[in-house]
Ligand binder design. Sequence first.
Ligand SMILES: [Fe+2]
Length: 305
Amino acid sequence: MNIEARSPYYSELRRQSFSPGWARPEPSMWPSPKPRFRPAVWRFAAAKAALDQSGALVPAEQTERRNLIMVNPIEGNTYATTRHLVATYQCVRAGETARTHRHSAAALRLVLDAKPGTYTIVNGARVDMLPGDVVLTPSWSWHGHVNTSDATSYWIDFLDIPFVQLSEAMFFEQYPAGGLEPVTAQGPSPFRIPAAEALGPGRASTTVEVAKGVMPTIAMHLVRLAGGSHLDAARTTTNNLYAVASGTARFSAEGDVIETLASGDLIAMPCWHAHSIEATEDAVIFRVSDEPLLQKLGLARTAGT
Ligand SMILES: [Fe+2]
């Protein structure tokens, strides 16, 4: 602390909760994004092994959800995967349920491994969950999970909780009757999007946006890449999460190869990282981003434009 900062004048400013704008220790604006979050990878095999172990260690009654949060390994972060989104690996064991609740944070999931008989009850409607399905629970919709099959089901959850925490508009409640909401609606649900149906037949590279506009803060894209082909993404203000739904793909950021990801693996690709995805074999990749949030705020921007 310099002499100025110790003078009675500056002490008095601090006492009154003022900070002199001319003597800030760090600037509050800068010419272009300086993302604190960094590219990071999580492996489904590791998550699966750890979740399976948790079965013996943590009784179901002790946990709202049996999940592992993918915490971006930057200093001071204890939760978020990228700035506005969090991703978790979750399992529901054979015969178990995860009780119904709702929250102002929007959620969706990509099913990795599940046998018939696994479903989410969303506002009274049964939404089946099979590998490759994207299942949505928009803000404030009741949802609980059920597994009546004879094997553990696994999926990746994506939520905008870090953004909702930042906004302080957080609400959460348990189902008033407790336990699981009963199934009261039948028929196909608009909240279930099977990847194979969304992408259509063939193996040609294509990108399809799914459930556009359903989640005000989150965009979802299914990317199919034929083996040997690649997809390049410019530097933008969008924060991306990529999960490999099938096949394998090599990810690079700012020209450096990060790692090759297999089915179920996830990579965080924070804003302002030009990146490339190269399919090392035919692959389907699920991209979840905060693009609509930034667009609504007038903050969507691409380098050089
Ligand atoms: Fe939830």
